[in-house]
Design a binder for this molecule. Structure first.
Ligand SMILES: [Fe+2]
Length: 423
């Protein structure tokens, strides 16, 4: 039986076009993936290519629509993590594990298969909160890099160096290295409430209002992020939650006619605030390469689709939202401003498409590590503890993914799952 959404798509003549090529092409193409970490470290430090691609790429035919050259065959869950208890945070977005230990996972004999499964789960659920962790920044790096590579990210992509949030700019914000020293590895960003307090007024002016917090990491890069991991290892006693917003659900709530209009648009993604911060602060924006040979220079802007196809799930997601999204160049400026505000408002006010993660008390040495997929999720910090005081600190690692693309033959999350399945 068709869902009401599918019926609407059929009435528009879209359902068959959406499904037929997709269903023909949907199969799993897992391949052996050995010795991945040395390759990842090469990518991380030099941006150079490494030796393997774990998932084959494939193109589909799509009637009169050609597939994007970047098209990848979506990945299938295997069930290898199904014995580990979890809770879905909401029907649409978010999952939480309390007993899935990252350190054990990295050393598990079936580590590659389990990490690939965790990556697919994250891409389908958007965000996964892993409670009760005890990981070093270097283990967090390994986790992030392997999630990315094992789920098919092109071999040219590595871990991102943030243009501003890196240890070169300020040694006070370096993570702890493997021997307790201050790490010089700039692919680890220290997320600190003290730094945030220093910059918050300036950012608030630039971004404007509470909804200005909403963003997807580094969409101003030509090759933006697939996964981010955030581990808050020092927490305040109350507040500082992070809210996540589903781009899949934002797409699924569009009318078919409006969805088709947006699918034909490209957007300009940019973050000029970092250059202004650098100028005022007397430091240089990191010129790169920042996790990919194409992510270089101080311009910090890129052109991407407004609706993108997620390569792991094959689902469409709204992408043109948030603090790093600027405009729709093919529209008149007043139309662009209006549409940008409308889409942001839809994401910010649709609480059924949101999951709120409360970071756990870290006083006993255990922390919450969150993995989220920037291709289908937006997020926002909640600076509600600033007036009370306290110090909230964590480490963030961001992996770079593929160049965003849109395939007209792809379907949406609701097309595949209907209203009944969560994943
Ligand atoms: Fe972020």
């Amino acid at each position: 039986m068709m869902t009401s959404y599918e019926q609407a798509r059929r009435n528009e003549g879209m359902w068959e076009m959406d499904h037929a090529p997709y269903l023909r092409s949907r199969r799993y193409q897992g391949q052996r993936c050995d010795d991945h970490l040395p390759a990842l470290l090469i990518i991380t430090t030099s941006g150079a290519s490494s030796q393997m691609s774990p998932i084959a790429t494939s193109a589909t035919t799509n009637g009169d629509s050609s597939p994007s050259p970047q098209h990848r065959v979506p990945l299938q869950l295997t069930g290898i993590l199904d014995d580990i208890p979890f809770e879905e945070i909401t029907p649409v977005i978010g999952r939480e594990y309390t007993t899935l230990d990252v350190r054990d996972l990295l050393k598990d004999p079936q580590s590659d298969a389990k990490l690939r499964e965790l990556a697919i789960i994250t891409s389908r659920r958007g965000v996964v909160a892993l409670r009760n962790q005890s990981v070093t920044p270097q283990e967090q790096q390994e986790l992030t890099a392997r999630l990315s590579l094992l789920s098919g990210t092109p071999e040219e992509s590595g871990l991102h160096i943030h243009p501003v949030l890196n240890g070169q700019r300020d040694k006070a914000y370096r993570a702890t290295g493997p021997n307790g020293e201050a790490s010089a590895d700039d692919t680890i960003s220290v997320i600190s409430s003290n730094f945030r307090k220093k910059t918050d007024d300036r950012l608030a002016q630039i971004q404007g209002g509470a909804a200005g917090e909403i963003h997807s990491d580094i969409t101003f890069e030509p090759y933006p992020s697939d996964f981010s991991t955030l581990n808050i290892h020092t927490n305040v006693d109350c507040g500082g939650d992070t809210v996540f917003y589903s781009g899949y659900e934002a797409y699924d709530r569009l009318s078919p006619a409006f969805a088709r209009f947006l699918e034909g648009l490209e957007g300009r993604y940019a973050q000029p605030a970092f250059q202004r911060m650098a100028k005022e602060g007397g430091f240089q924006v990191h010129a790169g390469p920042r996790g990919h040979a194409a992510n270089v220079g101080g311009d910090l802007s890129a052109t991407h689709p407004v609706i993108r196809t997620h390569p792991v799930t094959g689902w469409k997601s709204l992408f043109a939202v948030g603090a790093h999204f600027e405009s729709f160049p093919s529209l008149r400026p007043d139309e662009s401003t209006l549409l940008r505000a409308y889409l942001l408002d839809q994401v910010a006010t649709t609480h059924a498409a949101q999951a709120r993660v409360k970071w756990q008390d870290t006083s006993e040495g255990k922390s919450t590590l969150v993995v989220f997929d920037n291709r289908c999720v937006f997020h926002a910090a909640t600076p509600d503890y600033f007036s009370k005081g306290g110090h909230r600190v964590g480490t963030r690692v961001v992996s770079v993914g593929e160049k965003p693309y849109f395939d007209a033959g792809s379907i949406s999350r609701r097309d595949e799952l209907g209203g009944e399945r969560y994943i």
